[in-house]
Design a protein around this ligand. Structure first.
Ligand SMILES: Cc1cc2nc3c(=O)[nH]c(=O)nc-3n(C[C@H](O)[C@H](O)[C@H](O)COP(=O)(O)OP(=O)(O)OC[C@H]3O[C@@H](n4cnc5c(N)ncnc54)[C@H](O)[C@@H]3O)c2cc1C
Length: 464
């Protein structure tokens, strides 16, 4: 017998997606709503609760979190190599932010949180601790806020064999190393691997003591241009469309973006094939380039003492080498599906990237286009206004993400109330906040954007 849960919405996943959706829904609904929030983890915050301790957001805190509360207060960094750029929250700050938001919603009686519970489907879930099963009523809307939940190395089965005598740790355990191995072998091509290399170098490890197994080389965005300042962000977008319009091929486009200082690659003699495009600081790029022992022989098959077998061959490593596993799928790329379906709402990015903005926008649209009297819940209209956009893995994906995301932004931006809401939330990187003073740089960005968007978009579509 299931315990009945009285809720208007059952949100599965209390990570960034679920929290941004719930926050916007509750803030903008014109009626009192009850939300049941379910997560198999013990609290809110999603993958950040299990992240490696030296992780930070790769982009400004202002772009992350929920629409109703600025993460980090919009402060600039006052010291260090990113002085002058917007701050980027670390793991404890992100977890504390979500814990506080959840506590406030619970105290207000708006959210009942079921931590440590597995969603079973069909509106029911089970507690890990008690085994009790719960169920919502038939009128409750289900929100799947785990559709794009990233895989992280600490929680994934190892993807390669480990032979006796080999030393392999997940990236989370790097901070617990005590015996100063003579060599670190960092495995992975994405943000986690770059974080591990930067952290090792920042803690005095000799670059020559690092072997970096990098199956693919990544393109990464210049963090200095992905900032919550419309002159900077829109100026970058304008250049992107200008260069797209002129590009002869995808490779040519990325080279042009590199010349324009928008895209970085670690090794200028290697053509990257990966474009998930997290942001990277110039100081990090300098550090990453210090590592010369880069192995490009594909994925690892097995790690043994003094030896690593890869798809493309075998390499020798030190007998005491410590292999740091940073390889996981990270961003997921399941098929795009309509956000609103009769049985489930599935938040996904809507503009290019920026998943928290997509989830908040979905919550806002759900709250404001609800007609209790109507039999249909207006889902067709909601889907027209908010179509999903994909994440990117390859360069073609990245072009497609920008095409789809820009068209979606044009669609939701044509709705006056959404435009006004989107200009008011810091999660929206392309916003011009009310009261923003005009400046020659902003005028120039807007003028170039107006000129370049249509031809740039058309060419990007061909390239994708
Ligand atoms: C290291 C790292 C850094 C990142 N940095 C940034 C950044 O700076 N900016 C940015 O925009 N994006 C960043 N991302 C991308 C990130 O994927 C998204 O930003 C976002 O945090 C994903 O949130 P989510 O809620 O979709 O997934 P999650 O945080 O994984 O939350 C999903 C939740 O669903 C729960 N769940 C899953 N299945 C079930 C089930 N059956 N029953 C109950 N609960 C379930 C999980 O326990 C989990 O807590 C980063 C990702 C990683 C891995």
């Amino acid at each position: 017998m299931n315990t009945a849960v009285d809720a208007d919405y059952l949100v599965v996943g209390a990570g960034a997606t679920g929290m941004a959706f719930v926050d916007a829904l509750l803030d903008h609904a014109d009626r009192d709503l009850r939300v049941a929030l379910v997560d198999r983890r013990h609290g809110a915050g999603g993958h950040w609760l299990a992240a490696y301790p030296f992780v930070r957001l790769h982009q400004a805190s202002a772009f992350y979190g929920v629409g109703g509360r600025l993460l980090g207060g919009g402060r600039l960094q006052r010291r260090g190599p990113e002085k002058g750029l917007q701050e980027r929250a670390d793991q404890p700050t992100i977890c504390a932010y979500y814990a506080e938001l959840l506590e406030e919603r619970r105290a207000a009686g708006q959210v009942e949180f079921h931590g440590g519970c597995d969603y079973l489907g069909d509106g029911s879930f089970r507690s890990h601790l008690t085994g009790e099963t719960f169920e919502v009523g038939p009128r409750c809307r289900i929100v799947d806020a785990r559709y794009l939940a990233p895989d992280i190395p600490a929680e994934m089965p190892r993807r390669f064999a480990v032979e006796p005598g080999a030393r392999v740790i997940p990236v989370n355990d790097l901070v617990r190393v005590e015996d100063a191995p003579s060599q670190y072998v960092v495995v992975g091509s994405g943000k986690t691997a770059t974080d591990a290399v930067v952290w090792l170098l920042g803690n005095g490890v000799d670059p020559d003591a690092i072997c970096w197994i990098r199956p693919r080389d990544p393109w990464m965005l210049n963090r200095g241009l992905i900032q919550p300042d419309p002159a900077i962000f829109l100026g970058m977008a304008a250049t992107l469309f200008e260069e797209s319009a002129a590009a002869e091929s995808l490779t040519d486009l990325f080279h042009r973006l590199e010349e324009a200082d928008i895209m970085h690659r670690i090794d200028r003699s290697v053509e990257p094939t990966m474009a998930r495009a997290p942001t990277l600081g110039a100081w990090e790029l300098d550090l990453l380039r210090m590592v010369e022992n880069v192995v490009r022989l594909g994925h690892i098959r097995s790690a043994g003492r003094g030896r690593i077998d890869l798809v493309g061959g075998t390499i020798r490593v030190a007998d005491d080498a410590l292999v740091v596993d940073c390889a996981a799928e990270g961003l997921k790329m399941p098929p795009l599906i309509p956000v609103w379906q009769p049985e489930v709402i599935t938040p996904q990015p809507i503009r290019a990237g920026f998943p928290c903005f997509g989830a908040a926008l979905t919550g806002y649209v759900e709250a404001t286009r609800f007609d209790a009297a109507a039999d249909d819940r207006g889902d067709a209209e909601k889907n027209r206004v908010c179509a999903p956009s994909p994440y990117a893995n390859t360069m073609a994906d990245w072009a497609r993400m920008n095409v789809v995301g820009t068209r979606n932004a044009q669609a939701f931006g044509a709705e006056p109330d959404i435009k006004s809401w989107a200009d008011g939330v810091a999660l929206n990187p392309a916003r011009i906040a009310p009261g923003t003073p005009s400046s020659p740089a902003l005028d120039d960005a807007l003028e170039r954007l107006a000129r370049a968007t249509a031809p740039g978009l058309a060419r990007l579509d061909e390239l994708a």
